[in-house]
Design a protein around this ligand. Structure first.
Ligand SMILES: [Zn+2]
Ligand SMILES: [Zn+2]
Length: 263
């Protein structure tokens, strides 16, 4: 297919709003042999979208279609795509490309590639400008598309891609050249334990949620430490943490001092 016109919601400049009155048409170059075309079903919003919309990192190019926590339904695949078929539910996080040739790319660590291409606000290999998931559809190389399992609702899939992309964002901004991200190191550490240990999860945002679920799935004892009591029920009942501490309650914090193996 020769190019595909999609409609997105774009920030035009700052201050500007991103909504359905800010429609912006852009054309993808033709679908390559390894490209996956999908209709966007859901797209998360997180603070890095706001940073980019407001040009807070000083490198936003307008018009900008944000959105890097994208879930959609496959409507077309290139001739060499083997991992996906039409009607699969798929997700895309904050990167859509990398050089494919460096040591990092060749060892499945594309997120550390010096030529990583972000989902939006970046020049793609073909010279086009990447635009994000607040769009009717996206075209992404199969290596940067993930499968959303059937058991996961597409809407919940956004949350999972968000946690992953937040991990990648921290790689980009904090320690892109310093090996695995904080989240990856934590998962590797928990995996390496030969017995159940007492794990503390600090804060119950998107990444914290996933941390609780992963640590519990590995059989560890999980304590959530939060700044207020607001998320107690969510932590203990909804996602199955074993213990909940409020960090501003110094008596409680004292009582549990040195009780955790890993935070
Ligand atoms: Zn590379
Ligand atoms: Zn995010």
């Amino acid at each position: 297919m020769e190019g595909r016109k999609v409609t997105g919601w774009a920030a035009r400049d700052f201050p500007s709003q991103v909504n359905d009155k800010q429609s912006f048409k852009h054309i993808y170059t033709k679908t390559g042999p390894e490209d996956v075309v999908f209709k966007v079903l859901y797209c998360g919003v997180d603070h890095s979208d706001l940073h980019q919309i407001r040009n807070e990192a000083q490198y936003t190019t307008y018009p900008l279609v944000p959105g890097h926590e994208v879930v959609g339904k496959v409507i077309e695949v290139g001739s060499d795509v083997k991992k996906f078929v039409v009607r699969d539910i798929v997700g895309v996080v904050c990167m859509v490309g990398s050089c494919g040739e460096c040591m990092r790319c060749k060892t499945n660590k594309e997120q550390y590639c010096k030529n990583m291409v972000f989902t939006y606000n970046t020049i793609y290999k073909d010279g086009s400008f990447t635009q994000g998931g607040f769009s009717s559809a996206m075209i992404v190389h199969q290596n940067y598309v993930v499968n959303i399992p059937e058991k996961t609702s597409p809407r919940a899939g956004c949350t999972v891609t968000m946690c992953r992309s937040d991990g990648l964002q921290s790689v980009k901004t904090v320690h892109r050249d310093a090996g695995p991200s904080v989240e990856e190191r934590a998962i590797l550490y928990l995996e390496a334990q030969d017995r159940a240990i007492k794990v503390g999860i600090l804060g119950l945002g998107g990444v914290g949620h996933l941390g609780v679920l992963i640590a519990k799935a590995m059989g560890h004892h999980v304590t959530v430490i939060s700044s207020s009591d607001r998320k107690r029920e969510e932590a203990l009942t909804d996602i199955g943490a074993d213990c909940f501490l409020v960090s501003s309650n110094s008596a409680e914090m004292d009582k549990y001092k040195s009780s955790l193996d890993y935070i």
